[in-house]
Design a binder for this molecule. Structure first.
Ligand SMILES: [Zn+2]
Ligand SMILES: [Zn+2]
Length: 394
């Protein structure tokens, strides 16, 4: 099965904003449909389900009969997709320097009743519970217990990004944050600007599962990163087993961007308005010598790593780079629609189809680029400071 566990909601069905920066068309029903019809995703984590407006949408969606809850957790849509109900919470931390830090946490729950109860509990700590990824007045150390109380699990989100993450903004070791509860954190999300090989330079992560998710703010971006998972069936219970590596369930492959394509791969000078290449970690701009920088994920990992080289544990699944259609130069949304209408899913196009088949629909030039990207014959200029990396064909 294929799983993307981090998809946002833009607006509720009645037009109320949930994640302001996300697309309007990104609502509960459309996400389910996009996963089943165009992306080939069988497990999708929707991360804004603690908003009372979204809860209302889910209740209405269940009434249509198109979807139903199952005993092992999750909502099944058209017998094809299992929707996992989640909530992204920003916690308040004290960072290694004694200052305030903030980190995003992905919390997932088995049933609508559980996430409803979680949502109600969190109104004690969050001002505006209707909006996505709001800051809570508690730390992740405290949040773990609340999540557990409602039968959920907690995964640190995009663990290395500069502004809202544990390693990027709060600490060099998760164990300092979670203390004796660190054994409850059995997986971390890598984020678009890092990959397995970068993350495996931190020894405390050797026993943790890595997940690769899209953090999609629009429908086309769903599954730009995803996980191939070995499961008996699609449910919350089975997913948790896979994340814990239990009973033969596991993540088989992580599919993700080359981290250079991510928005925060390298350090970016805000004053000079440019990403800075060169030997990491870069903590000061070599051009203006200022420190008004946004530190890159790569730079940060080099700064905090405790292993000289990246050596993954034996059971670590491979990380396969993919260049999503939206990153292919010269490929607009109309042509993407044409491709998807002809070949059904983006995964088939990116990983399986022959150049001839693609060429028949989009022409020689775009077909060549898609195949070059598949084979890694492309040059990538690193992203940074919130700007994606850029791809050009060799
Ligand atoms: Zn986030
Ligand atoms: Zn500068």
């Amino acid at each position: 099965m294929f799983a993307d566990l981090h998809v946002h909601i833009g607006r509720s069905e009645n037009g109320k904003p949930i994640k302001i920066t996300a697309a309007r068309s990104l609502n509960f029903a459309n996400i389910a449909k996009e996963c089943s019809d165009r992306k080939g995703i069988q497990i999708v984590g929707i991360i804004d389900c603690a908003s009372p407006y979204v809860i209302e949408d889910i209740e209405n969606f269940l009434k249509t009969g198109e979807a139903y809850e199952i005993k092992d957790g999750g909502i099944i849509y058209k017998e094809k997709v299992c929707i996992i109900l989640g909530s992204e919470i920003e916690t308040s931390e004290i960072n290694d320097n004694g200052k305030t830090g903030s980190a995003h946490n992905l919390c997932y729950f088995p049933s609508l009743a559980d996430i409803k109860a979680f949502s109600k509990e969190m109104t004690k700590y969050i001002h505006n519970i209707t909006l996505s990824s709001q800051r809570a007045s508690i730390s992740a150390y405290e949040l773990v217990d609340i999540v557990e109380k409602f039968n959920g699990i907690l995964i640190p989100a995009h663990a290395f990004t500069p502004h809202k993450s544990f390693y990027g903004n709060c600490t060099s070791r998760l164990e300092r944050i979670f203390k004796e509860k660190f054994n409850k954190i059995f997986a971390i999300e890598l984020g678009l600007s890092s990959d397995t090989y970068l993350a495996d330079q931190i020894s405390e992560l050797e026993t943790r599962t890595f997940v690769t998710n899209s953090d999609a703010h629009s429908l086309p971006k769903i599954a730009r990163e995803y996980n191939k998972v070995l499961l008996e069936d699609i449910s919350f219970k089975e997913l948790v087993k896979a994340l814990k590596n239990e009973d033969g369930r596991k993540i088989v492959t992580n599919y993700g961007l080359d981290p250079k394509l991510g928005k925060y791969h390298r350090t970016y000078c805000e004053k000079c308005d440019r990403p800075i290449e060169g030997e990491p970690p870069i903590k000061e701009c070599p051009y203006c010598h200022g420190d008004n920088i946004t530190m890159g994920v790569y730079d940060r990992i080099v700064e905090i790593r405790d292993k000289k080289e990246s050596k993954s544990p034996k059971n670590r699944p491979p990380y396969v780079y993919q260049v999503p259609l939206t990153f292919i130069p010269g490929l607009g949304s109309k042509t993407i629609d044409k491709l998807l209408n002809t070949f059904e899913t983006e995964m088939t196009i990116l990983h399986k189809l022959s150049e001839d088949d693609i060429e028949a629909v989009v022409g020689e030039k775009v077909a060549k680029t898609i195949i070059s990207a598949r084979n890694g014959n492309v040059t990538i200029q690193s992203g940074g400071g919130g700007v994606y990396g850029k791809l050009s064909v060799d």
